[in-house]
Design a protein around this ligand. Sequence first.
Ligand code: ZN
Length: 307
Amino acid sequence: MPMISKLMSCRILAVALTCLGSAQTAVAELRVFACEPEWGALVLELVPDALVTSATHAGQDPHHIEARPSLIAAMRRADLAVCTGASLEAGWLPTLQSRASNPAVHDGRPGMFFASEHTTLIDADPSADRSKGDVHPEGNPHFHLDPGRLLEVARALGARIGEIRPAAAAAVQERLKGFEAQWNARVDRWREDAAPLRGRRVVVQHTAFAYLLGFLSMEASADLEPLPGLPPTVAHLQSVLESIGEQAPVAILQTTYQRPQPGEWLAQRSGLPLLRVPSTVTEAPETDTLAELYDSIIAQLLRVAQR
Ligand SMILES: [Zn+2]
């Protein structure tokens, strides 16, 4: 396969489309199991010819997936697993790890990289009780949508890959430097472009975009979930509808993996636009890298805010 098409196929992050083949480069055959597509995309920024399998795609809720045999097989082959941690994958990752019986990716080994161990999380609540919803006691794990935290993870991931593949460490550091420079330039532009969003509000569903809203100095005025992780109820939606007048949000913001119905219910009754955006990289060309994902979400927020 020519190099260019191989690289393109490597970008495809669905599990069924694991990139196969071997490129003669410094990091030959680095097989990576990414729990979520954002980490697969980050690995490819640092090691473009890594063989990445993502356990989930943008249309799936990363809190809840099934430990399918294809995922167990992918984990069995992995040299490195890159996951969010902070209990996001608590319902399925331990099962995959134990069924795959691949010691390289057991907790505590260099091959098991938890992004949450390399940054700080907001909204930690150690006393949080899972009976009160699918809460995140360690803090909000959806931090890949914070540009600063993403960079912290990128640096730690670069170091970890260098540990696993010492021969490639210098090349990975070189790519990290380039990624960092481009990312910082984008961050400056996002701040500038998103100035009209400062202080604006959105109705959200779950805390999936909390970090991005924080970066943009936006606020969540209400949550369609009555409790974290619990599906919206009509009674709760009714109370959100009643609160909208004073809040004046610019939109109802959902991720593409959430059922549209609660957002549609509220949009019909409130007249607010319903904005459904992917919360992670997708296979679509306009959102298939982390930078483009941020570009796309910010552009869509600006569009609804300017109505
Ligand atoms: Zn969550």
